[in-house]
Design a protein around this ligand. Sequence first.
Ligand code: PLP
Length: 362
Amino acid sequence: MQQPDLSVIRDDVRAMSAYAVPDATGLIKLDAMENPFGLPHELAQTLGAHLASVCFNRYPPSNPSAFKSRLAGHMGVPGPSHLLLGNGSDELIHLICQACARPGATVLAPWPSFSMYEVLARLNQCRFVGVPLKPDFQLDGDALLAAIAEHRPAVTFVAYPNNPTGSLFDRQLLAQAIEAAAPGLVVIDEAYLPYARDTWMPQLGEFPNLAVLRTVSKLGLAGLRLGYLAAHPAWVGEFDKVRPPYNINALTLAATNFLLEYLEVFDAQADVLRAQRSCVLGALRTLPGVTAFDSAANFILFRVQQADAVFEALRLRGVLIKNLSAAHPLLKNCLRATIGTRDENLSFLKALESSLAAQENP
Ligand SMILES: *Cc1c(COP(=O)(O)O)cnc(C)c1O
């Protein structure tokens, strides 16, 4: 086959790499903040029967207002007109950048944080400014306010709690930042709400430039791809113009609509994982040469002496986590482990212990 001429592709796109997802076949998968439990068997059966009635020959509703009303009711959103649905919160981040930021405008985020803020800002031809966190991964309030004053960001993304650090930022500082950023939009990303149980949703009425972003992914439904943005209806109306008309597929709508009645199943799973988080954190802190950071999410960031070697040694022992050592200078020698089932966590800790020992006595 003749090689095509790719000169029509944007230079910045040609210089990019695609989002890399490592192969986890045969490994204990603790790299992607998935809930390890899955649906209880009986619930899966009932859901299956329910999905049989989905009309596959029809487009899904473009604006599923009954579903939005139910979602708003269950999730503490002021009302359906405050809601925008996305194919994962990734799509909503993309739509926000597309609609808010004129080419060359600034998207800002405390940094390091969720990589897609930078990727999607740049893809939408925005400048991206990452404001360094303090070495303990808390907000540097002075630096953040100075950066907001200097760059006047169109959009500021704040992951609450933050990924990949697990830190929950100071609310008072954030409130100051939201006021300082106005009229720029501040998006508080609550992807880890099930594990943090701390939300900005009640503050929507207080700050007209605040939006709250959520997803069902980390709750235990990563495969469904459903995110939602809650904001003043005026914001939602603008973002809705750049949304592809049928962005939420019929199966996702039907499954989520059904599962809203069973949220207590997922909350109970999150309770187990929160308890496991304390166990793993305690165990990590007994290991020599390991610094483990507090986390309000379903993962723990920890620092070792040689992250690359420990990461590889863990993989050889059958455990896949995430190596963040090269992602940002503040993350040097840092690894991130998702909280799994009790057995998975014990396997991880055992593998880590022997990986660390192998570093000491090669
Ligand atoms: C995982 C994650 C997301 C992605 O959510 P999807 O709904 O699966 O696209 C968004 N924000 C943060 C901070 C995350 O860690």
